[in-house]
Write a protein that binds this ligand. Sequence first.
Ligand code: BEZ
Length: 212
Amino acid sequence: MSTLRLGDKAPNFDAETSEGKINFYDYLGKSWGVLFSHPADYTPVCTTELGTAAKYMKEFEKRNVKVLALSVDGLESHKNWIKDINETQNTTVNFPIIADEDRKVAELYDMIHPNADENLTVRSVYIIDPEKIIKLMITYPASTGRNFDELLRVIDSLQLTSGYKVATPANWKNGEDVVISTSISNEEAKTLFPKGFKEVKPYLRLTPQPGN
Ligand code: BEZ
């Protein structure tokens, strides 16, 4: 088991998936990536999550994000369960699901938390940038389905803050004002943010979202 942290290089792997064998880096190419685990096939929350991920695919594509799911169940199980997901969630699963029966990827990405469950993966989310750097990690328990709007929101923040010297405040949504990085002087800010900025405190300066 490895300990992965923000800023680390996402480990590469080869895996069997519902859409054939993949190499993780080749699958991602120059895109951003969301790698997420779910505890088990044929379970209710997971069924809704994978259906929701499929329905959000256009939103992921708009943001140049590739999606890859994982559980420690086998390939036949995945393939048959996908039929149920499509039927019950009224969608078409349109991304690969890793069949990680030997837990190789789950262990590489520390997705099994033995004090929560010895055998099943928790709901891990890794967001990886085009340089294959881990930019975000979130872990949910099996009992809590993920909020995919939140995943899109953090992807918007990560993509924005990778291009501009800004950060996004609490509950920020795409299009709202952002905060100017504290490393930027007011003089620099005048040049970098031509729409202007409001100085609430010397360390809290708001500016309209750049690039909009
Ligand atoms: C579910 O997806 O509903 C689930 C999976 C494992 C444990 C508990 C719930």
